[in-house]
Write a protein that binds this ligand. Structure first.
Ligand code: AHR
Length: 626
């Protein structure tokens, strides 16, 4: 194959193309990115959390009593905070028993690392009581222990640092009163001190780093369906997710578990800032998920009109929370949380994959117009409905044109064949209309739920077409991002994990290669093949971009054929500075899983010949002479 570059036709493209889609699905937040190790720390698990399961959850779920002469019950008479009604009462007749929490499938700890135990405690009987706080492993015995004193009858926050003497993945937290009496406990937490960037109430360092390594230009959060919720009452409210942890209001997670809101809007903004990504919060368009089982989803449901004013005000307040001065009402709350400087929020998405009904349209328009008026500096992202080819898509795009919405969010999960056959999808888009945010996409195998090299290459190939259309496609994010092994509600996902390991898929490395090798200029190229058969031609793709800040050229080449392809690349216009290029290749058999990139150096210059391995994705990067 011969690849010709056409520098005269170079065009500017979006510098925001690769981002991430974060949703609390598959235990992505609680039990995932959020570093808290105790499950149901606030005793707020509720039967409604597990609506679609035989296993019922309640306030005492994940907690148990070990030992005798003691009892454990849940009370709600004098809560720490009205938003956090339930707490545990531990009554001991004769010391010996402990209250136990095993975290999320056990607690994983590392020898020598500090873990901060904290809790709100209150004395119900007696003058004072000491509590032994222990980290215990079945296989390694007691790993760490400390004693704290509970002396006050009102709620008091206590802290203690535990340093395990050995690594363990099966640890549990044990709280053992050392005298008889009654003790109230709430917000029982065990938090690694070593979080991502050392942030308090922060993120699991290995997972956050894996996300950061994609070099995403933006982070979408909190969903997905979590954003619009399971019925009106379950619409995600950002105000419930900020402030002191004990005042945050947890809720049912639409994915059939509980969201603690420990990872809330402050933490999302902080994470975006820490990794140099733009924050892209998605707010429900006044309607819940059309698949809601309660609250009248679909055609009927929507926030009542007389409540829409307050709902819209919440969205306007979000901009003040993110960007307002510390002397404004909401800016002050951000400053109090430890961030006096603005977060510089630039985007807000309104709606997620909603059916484009009259109920939706009316509410979307109200929100859109009010937000635009109050904050013209914010780029609003609209939604193109749940099916990219159905009537919602057509209606969604009609609204986009009517209202002049700057960016539209499209979602599609398709087979590898679809991605291969639809590389011209955005070539057809009208450049005078709204730009596109491909907010959710993934190649998945029919009937199956796993990814492999075939799905990863289909995505790599399709991404060459997004770069080519980077003048109309502004942003793109694979979805979903995270999945806790054995707790998935959705497959495939980009990054799997358990308590001790992070397991990126091959598709993750495709995202990383695009994120780390982005450009601001697209240099059109044409590939001429000796075999002119269309199905063959569709399986070879090339994208060339330039990063004008570093004066580097990136060539991305995809070969989804079972044979090697010899190419020659004419680099007369872009003379490499050193005669060498960095080369990264992902290749193997289509059914292979866990294929990793191989990095090397290659000679380059003038007419460069390259052999593209069968089933491969190759990235070349080199600096050019001025
Ligand atoms: O990415 C998983 C889900 O797919 C999202 O929550 C939703 O928006 C879409 O249906």
């Amino acid at each position: 194959a011969e690849i010709m570059l056409h520098p005269g036709e170079a065009k500017k493209i979006s510098t925001m193309l690769t981002g991430v889609f974060f949703e609390d699905i598959n235990y992505g937040a609680d039990g995932g990115l959020y570093a808290e190790l105790i499950q149901n720390r606030d005793f707020e698990y509720h039967p409604r959390d597990k609506k679609y399961s035989d296993k019922e959850w309640n306030s005492s779920s994940c907690w148990s009593l070990k030992g005798e002469n003691a009892s454990f019950r849940i009370d709600s008479v004098k809560p720490v905070h009205p938003n956090n009604l339930h707490y545990a009462v531990l009554t001991v007749e004769k010391p010996g028993a402990s209250l136990v929490n095993t975290g999320y499938d056990g607690i994983a700890v590392k020898k020598g690392d500090p873990y901060i135990f904290s809790a709100f405690t209150g004395l119900l009987q007696g003058k004072g009581n000491k509590l032994a706080i222990k980290l215990v492993s079945d296989s390694r015995g007691v790993l760490a222990g400390n004693t704290i004193t509970v002396s006050a009858s009102g709620w008091k926050s206590l802290k203690s640092t535990l340093i395990p003497s050995a690594d363990a993945s099966d640890a549990r937290l044990e709280i053992q009163p050392l005298s008889s009496g009654g003790i109230a406990l709430d917000m029982v937490s065990l938090f690694p001190q070593k979080t991502f960037k050392g942030r308090k109430n922060g993120l699991r360092a290995d997972l956050a780093q894996t996300i950061a390594d994609i070099h995403p230009r933006f982070v979408r959060f909190p969903g997905g369906c979590v954003a619009h919720g399971d019925g009106i009452a379950n619409i995600y409210k950002w105000k419930n997710s900020i402030g002191p942890l004990e005042s945050r209001k947890g809720d049912r997670n639409i994915w059939n578990y509980h969201q603690s809101m420990g990872l809330g809007y402050f933490e999302y903004f902080q994470f975006c800032e820490d990794i140099g990504a733009e924050a892209v919060p998605i707010i429900a368009a006044g309607v819940p998920c059309q698949n809601s089982s309660t609250g009248g989803g679909g055609q009927q449901g929507g926030i009542p009109m007389d409540e829409m004013g307050a709902y819209i005000q919440d969205i306007i307040d979000l901009v003040e929370y993110a960007n307002g001065a510390p002397n404004t009402v909401w800016g002050r709350k951000r400053a109090e949380a430890g961030h006096p400087k603005p977060f510089n929020l630039k985007y807000i998405g309104i709606g997620n994959e909603d059916m484009i009904t009259d109920v939706f349209r009316e509410r979307f328009e109200m929100i859109y117009k009010a937000l635009k008026k109050a904050h013209p500096e914010i780029t609003v992202i609209g939604t193109a409905g749940p099916f990219f080819e159905g009537s919602d898509y057509v209606e969604g795009w009609k609204i986009a044109s009517e209202l002049n919405i700057p960016v539209m969010d499209e979602h599609y999960y398709q087979s590898p064949g679809w991605f291969i056959n639809n590389q011209d999808f955005y070539d057809r888009y009208d450049r005078s209309k709204s730009k596109v945010y491909l907010g959710e996409y993934a190649a998945s195998l029919p009937g199956g739920n796993k990814t492999n090299l075939e799905t990863a290459l289909a995505e790599a190939l399709y991404l060459t077409s997004l770069e080519r259309n980077g003048d109309v496609v502004e942003m793109a994010s694979y979805a979903p991002l995270l999945a806790r092994e054995n707790h998935t509600q959705w497959n495939p996902d980009l990054i799997y994990f358990n308590n001790t390991e992070v397991k990126p898929t091959t598709g993750y490395y495709v995202q990383q290669l695009y994120g780390q090798n982005a450009g601001d200029q697209y240099i059109p190229s044409s590939v001429s093949l000796s075999n002119t058969n269309t199905p063959v031609k569709k399986r070879i793709a090339c994208s060339v971009v330039k990063d004008s800040k570093t004066n580097e050229i990136v060539v991305k080449l995809v070969n989804i054929l079972p044979v090697p392809v010899n190419t020659s690349l004419d680099l007369q216009t872009y003379r490499p500075e050193s005669g060498k290029a960095g080369k990264t290749v992902i290749s193997g058999n289509p059914a292979d899983r866990d294929v990793r990139p191989v990095i090397s150096q290659t000679d380059i210059g003038g007419k460069t010949t390259l052999e593209l391995a069968p089933y491969s994705f190759t990235v070349l990067r080199f600096r050019v002479k001025n």
